[in-house]
Design a protein around this ligand. Structure first.
Ligand code: 13P
Ligand code: SF4
Length: 303
């Protein structure tokens, strides 16, 4: 266990003793990523949680990720180290909003970004992540798509699938939506030799300057493969931090100085250690809630 600090060693000891699986998102602090069994984008996290055979699955991420893990693998103890690590975008849409839209557009399919509550998933037809949204929308027979809650991801997909009509909900990720066209223009001017890789939660005015658009895992992959030695990263700084360490010969920049999801950064090593010690907080959903939300998530992971 060389290279780990004392807290990390204790986390790894407890993890083995309790037969726990630790899944961390790329936006987690790098020292938390380092003790995880897998560091993933939202799609891989959902699949790994579904397939886990350990007794305990610890989700180092935000509430909707832990809820999705519980829905996909309800027999396991799913732990979230920080109970109030929510996602503001997920909180922007309520089941009543979806029910209302369904009444207005009865022939549309409801595609729900996985950044949403279990109750919203329950009234949707299928979930998607940023890496699967395009594939999922194309796979549906419906010509009309109600896309919730992220208007930016929805607009990005809509542009790629012009043969379908999109009804976009007015939600957004405050962390990505804050980035403006002038931020990317300034970053490009400072590094004219760079390529720009962006997350589709960014606004259209930002995405139009991107050389590559994809999920966190896809951005990492692009950065590894591009022959360009200077890359501007258009997503939360956890991705850039990981790349700086992994690719020391490349120059990695974030599009804006502070590109942070405060909720993702609530989980530190202390919180993770405490979670493993106390086995808190366990995600509890009723069998009815699980059953209602399961169909849309199952459809997503099976496509
Ligand atoms: P992905 O890791 O699936 O790209 O998701 C980004 C995100 O904002 C998660 O909250
Ligand atoms: Fe939610 Fe945005 Fe944070 Fe992801 S980065 S958890 S979408 S607020």
């Amino acid at each position: 266990m060389s290279g780990f600090n004392e807290t990390q060693k204790e986390i790894l000891r407890l993890k083995a003793e309790k037969n726990a699986l630790i899944l961390a998102h790329f936006y987690q602090p790098i020292e938390v990523q380092d003790v995880a069994d897998h560091v993933c984008d939202s799609f891989e996290m959902a699949k790994r949680a579904r397939d886990a055979d350990q007794n305990i699955v610890v989700i180092c991420g935000v509430v909707f990720m832990a809820e999705s893990a519980k829905i996909l693998n309800p027999g396991k103890k799913i732990l979230l180290p920080v109970t109030d690590a929510g996602c503001p975008m997920a909180d922007m849409v309520k089941p009543e909003d979806v029910v209302k839209l369904r009444k207005e557009y009865p022939d549309a399919a409801v595609v729900c970004y996985v950044n949403s509550s279990a109750a919203v998933k329950a009234v949707s037809d299928i979930c998607c992540t940023s890496s699967s949204a395009l594939r999922i929308v194309k796979s549906l027979p419906e010509k009309k798509i109600i896309f919730i809650p992220d208007k930016n991801l929805g607009a990005y997909v809509a542009k790629k699938v012009p043969e379908k009509k999109f009804i976009l909900f007015n939600g957004f990720c405050p962390t990505h939506n804050r980035i403006s066209e002038s931020d990317i223009l300034k970053a490009k001017a400072a590094h004219p030799e760079s390529v720009f890789a962006a997350h589709p939660e960014c606004r259209e005015e930002v995405l139009k300057h991107a050389d590559f658009i994809g999920s966190t895992a896809e951005i990492l992959d692009f950065a590894r493969k591009t022959p360009s030695e200077t890359i501007i990263i258009g997503t939360e700084m956890g991705v850039a931090e990981r790349l700086k360490r992994e690719l020391p010969n490349k120059k990695i920049y974030t599009v804006a100085a502070s590109f942070v999801c405060p909720n993702m950064k609530k989980t530190g090593l202390g919180e993770l250690l405490n979670c493993l010690k106390t086995e808190k907080t366990e995600i509890k959903l009723s069998p009815e809630e699980i059953a209602a939300a399961k169909a849309s998530l199952d459809r997503m992971v099976s496509i």
